[in-house]
Ligand binder design. Structure first.
Ligand code: GDP
Ligand code: MG
Length: 441
């Protein structure tokens, strides 16, 4: 597959620009790749359609080939879909004891995942966790959880024979409250297939426990089926996220994309083996690479990305050397700072800016402040950004109001831009290829 894609992209490489035909040809292969990775047909179709629209006519950067450009667009889009915007990276476990409900088909890995997550919460977040098995279906299911509990050092609810799932859930809640636990996890019974009895039981448990998180555990190797299961569970029970197990196997992970696209629910964790620490937070980049099945090309894409950044930096450096520094440059810098985590790191690297960096630190340059400044710049017109000298009282009022802030904040921003522009001018005069160039390297 990698070869086939490589072939198409090679062909693209030899041509000058991204035409619609080029993109269509490449997308045909992408579609095959998706289907081979077990992405469902409708999802693959709509994905390809949206990417085609984005790729056609996309500007081709000088230093990367059109083929690389297509790959980059596909890869980025895949990550975007997989990641979503709402995916929380931690379990919501406020208001102790917080109930977590684990649901899914039999054999999907619920019990194993329950114990893995309990261990994580205990080890990493120092939470007191209680686990309870509600599986009255399989004879040894409760013992299985008890044994795993011992293994990972997490308490399990004592087994009382003859109780039904709802009774156990109530007892777990009581015990978790009395025992001062932070979290209690309810490991429900599965069935081989979705049926009414199972759904009724899970709904009843949900109503008793009122879970903070309802995690659907699905076997990542089951592809298509996993999507149906997810749709069903989400419709009947309502899920807050998905755990994909058996991602250590040779499945291609297409289920992840389908599930995300169809249910809109975030994939929160992936299971990577039978051991108790074989679980990781879902990483869209990794799965994207796996779905496309083209590690080399992805590596290439990442290099292309670097090239893009270098080009941008070089363009900026040229501007700075001329002593140019407008609001677009400032915005660029602010965004870089957010990426790099702080003023100090970026300004500290520039000569003559150490002092300013310290002032900025003192002024509390956190992400929030940066975001507010970027919002102010966003509320300027193109002309105003290019030439901040245009800003008189009425324009200032409009901009500040547009960003929901005071004019005083805008004034601060303007002062900062001026200072930086002045510094740039001075540095520019120090000569081409001088300190600034060195500093930017
Ligand atoms: P349940 O019926 O949903 O509770 O499933 P179990 O937790 O009992 O798991 C069924 C089997 O799958 C067990 O043998 C587990 O060790 C195995 N299993 C669970 N998660 C993973 C995983 O991420 N990778 C692998 N390779 N095996 C897993
Ligand atoms: Mg089980």
């Amino acid at each position: 597959l990698s070869d086939r894609l490589g072939g198409v992209f090679d062909r693209l490489t030899k041509q000058g620009a991204l035409s619609e035909d080029d993109v269509t040809a490449a997308m045909r292969e992408v579609r095959v790749a998706l289907l081979e990775a077990d992405v469902s047909l409708p999802v693959a179709r709509s994905f390809v359609k949206s990417v085609t629209a984005k790729a056609t006519g996309a500007a081709v950067t000088k230093s990367i080939t059109p083929g690389q450009q297509v790959v980059k667009i596909v890869h980025d889009e895949l990550i975007k879909v997989l990641q979503g915007e709402d995916a929380p990276d931690a379990l919501r476990i406020d208001n102790p004891p917080a109930p977590i409900l684990m649901v899914g088909l039999q054999g999907s890995g619920k019990t194993t995942t329950t114990a893995k997550l309990a261990k994580r919460l205990k080890d990493r977040e120092k939470k007191r966790v209680l686990m309870a098995s509600l599986d009255t279906q399989r004879p040894a299911a409760m013992e299985q959880l008890a044994i795993l509990g011992q293994q990972v050092g997490v308490d399990t609810l004592p087994i009382v024979p003859g109780e039904n799932a709802v009774q156990i859930a109530k007892r777990a809640k009581q015990q978790a409250t009395l025992g001062g636990y932070d979290v209690y996890m309810l490991d429900t019974a599965g069935r081989l297939h979705i049926d009414q009895v199972l759904m009724d039981e899970v709904q009843a448990v949900r109503d008793v426990a009122n879970p903070r998180e309802t995690l659907l555990v699905v076997d990542g190797l089951t592809g298509q089926d996993a999507v149906n299961v997810a749709t069903e569970f989400d419709g009947k029970v309502g899920i807050s996220g998905v755990v994909l197990t058996r991602m250590d196997g040779d499945g291609r992970g297409g289920a992840a994309l389908s599930m995300r696209a169809v249910t809109g629910k975030p994939i929160r964790f992936v299971g990577l083996g039978e051991k108790m620490d074989a679980i990781e937070v879902f990483d869209a980049h990794r799965i994207a690479g796996r779905i496309l099945g083209m590690g080399d090309i992805v590596a290439l894409v990442e290099k292309a990305q670097e090239v893009l950044e270098v080009e941008q930096a070089e363009r900026m450096m040229k501007r700075f050397q001329k002593g140019l520094f407008n609001m677009n440059d400032l915005k660029n810098q602010l965004e870089q700072m957010m990426k790099m985590g702080g003023m100090q790191s970026i300004m500290g690297m520039m000569p003559g800016m150490g002092k300013m960096a310290k002032q900025a630190e003192a002024a509390g340059f956190d992400d929030r402040a940066l975001k507010r400044q970027i919002a102010l710049i966003n509320s300027m017109t193109k002309k105003e950004r290019a030439n901040p000298d245009l800003l008189q009282a009425s324009r200032k009022k409009r901009i500040a109001a547009g960003a929901g802030m005071d004019v005083s904040e805008l004034n601060k921003l303007l002062k900062m831009q001026k200072q930086m522009a002045d510094t740039m001018k001075k540095l520019g005069k120090m000569g081409k290829g001088g300190m600034l160039k060195q500093a930017m390297r």
